[in-house]
Design a binder for this molecule. Structure first.
Ligand code: UDX
Length: 434
């Protein structure tokens, strides 16, 4: 099958490479010529474990191509995926669909023969109808179907999530499109991955509902953590205690500095806006959006409190900037709230992240970037862990002690045990644990 992938962001690039690996002929299109040039030379625009090797092998097998020429990709394609960005619109928080609609216009002008147009980008309910209208207007005689096929991959685990998903959701009422989508994902069904066929609007809502539910789950445990701190309970054990109930489930119950990333903040906000606009507010999601925003800011106060209430003139060594481990993505990362607040309170910040420093340098003015975790905490008055990278889970504490001016450690990801840290002689503050 021939696939065109419009957009080589996270979702487009990973999906394109994985479809090629399934045996399809995939052409990825992007307007950014330098990005396409780099991809042709095997240079990935993002850090994602395993992606470079997957791209390289499929390029070599001549199943995966990169181009800036949409015509080349679309004219012979059986399926054209729209995987462009849907950022929050400045001002009102709604998803900005201009890239999606521009892609629809472009596809309309170039498609040839029966074409399935698939929205992979996260789009508000009804966007598929709009895309269909745009294409129909431009090509009244066009033979096409518009399908919603949301993507649930996580950054840092994207290839595994694409190839071994919990489910595939396909929204269309067109039988030919269903057959084609089934064929595209065929390798998954050999592994008995459930495929949920539904209508387009339901499929669009499933994606938002899934992300919002996970954001609710995280926010719930974060608030439990605050409560644990007040009443002397342990949030990790609360998590385990409730998570072992199959109705609740253990995943996404790790308390932390608040969720970030390219999806949860933007999608919860967009869902909340849509729901309010149509007069069916999802109040729990409205609240989660507010609570999470406040939480990220409150983390700076937690650090300041752990340092005795005043950080003026002090140096803080920060480990981890990305919104989570195994990514260089800084979008809505808690560090973007925490570090400026610490600097505003008079602290000097020296930070290290294994992958995100290039991106962070554009976003965090005034931060000093270090070459290693130990370099970040050299002569610092506290060590603060913001991202749970594996390399921070196995620090050499003799070196940590030698580097730090104090024994203060603040761990916003609970990667160490309070007992062990106390035994090592640290004044250790974590999330929701005595
Ligand atoms: C998410 C969804 O998981 C994925 O299905 C969707 O397609 C895109 O959005 P991603 O943003 O890559 O994926 O990361 P995820 O692993 O879900 O983490 C999101 C945020 O929640 C991170 O900031 C993470 O640190 C935080 N998180 C996650 C917690 O604080 N606690 C948890 O238990 C889990």
């Amino acid at each position: 099958m021939r696939v065109a992938m419009i957009g080589t962001g996270y979702v487009g690039l990973v999906s394109g490479a994985c479809f090629a690996d399934f045996g399809h002929i995939v052409t990825c299109v992007d307007k950014d010529a330098s990005k396409i040039e780099r991809l042709k030379n095997g240079i990935m625009p993002i850090y994602e474990p395993g992606l470079d090797a997957l791209v390289a092998s499929n390029v070599e097998e001549e199943r995966l191509f990169f181009t800036t020429d949409a015509a080349e990709a679309i004219k012979d394609a059986d399926a054209v995926f729209i995987a462009v960005g849907t950022p929050s619109r400045r001002g009102d928080g709604h998803a900005d669909l201009s890239y999606v609609y521009a892609a629809a216009e472009e596809i309309a002008g170039l498609m040839d023969g029966f074409t399935v147009v698939v929205t992979k980008s996260t789009v508000p309910v009804g966007t598929g109808d709009e895309v269909e209208d745009i294409i129909r207007k431009a090509r009244p005689d066009g033979d096409f179907a518009v399908v919603s096929n949301p993507e649930f991959l996580r950054e840092g685990a994207a290839i595994k999530d694409f190839k071994i998903p919990d489910r595939v959701v396909v929204g269309t009422e067109d039988e030919r499109a269903r057959q084609l989508m089934r064929e595209l994902y065929r390798p998954l069904f050999l592994n008995e991955t459930p495929i949920l066929f539904t209508d387009r609007r339901t499929s669009e809502l499933i994606k938002y509902a899934a992300n919002a539910f996970l954001a609710v789950k995280i926010t719930f445990i974060n608030e439990m953590a605050d409560l644990c701190e007040k009443v002397g309970a342990n949030v990790q054990e609360v998590s385990r205690g409730i998570g072992l109930d199959n109705r609740i489930g253990r995943k996404f119950l790790n308390a932390g500095p608040g969720y970030g990333g390219s999806c949860f903040p933007k999608d919860t906000l967009a869902l909340s806006k849509t729901a309010n606009d149509v007069g069916a507010p999802v109040r729990i999601v409205d609240t989660v959006v507010e609570v999470n925003k406040a939480r990220k800011k409150a983390m700076a106060d937690k650090v300041i409190a752990a340092m005795g209430g005043d950080v003026k003139g002090k140096t803080i060594g920060v480990l981890g900037l990305a919104f989570k481990q195994n990514t260089d993505d800084m979008r809505d990362a808690p560090s973007l709230d925490i570090l400026p607040a610490l600097m505003a309170a008079g602290a000097k910040v020296r930070a290290y992240d294994p992958e995100a420093m290039t991106e962070a340098a554009h976003l965090l003015e005034g931060v000093d970037f270090a070459t290693s975790p130990y370099d970040a905490i050299q002569n610092a008055d506290a060590m603060v862990i913001i991202t749970e990278w594996d390399q921070f889970r196995a620090l050499d504490f003799e070196r940590v002690k030698a580097a730090l001016n104090t024994n203060i450690v603040v761990d916003l990801r609970n990667i160490y045990s309070p007992e062990d840290m106390a035994a090592r002689g640290f004044a250790y503050t974590s999330i929701g644990r005595p």
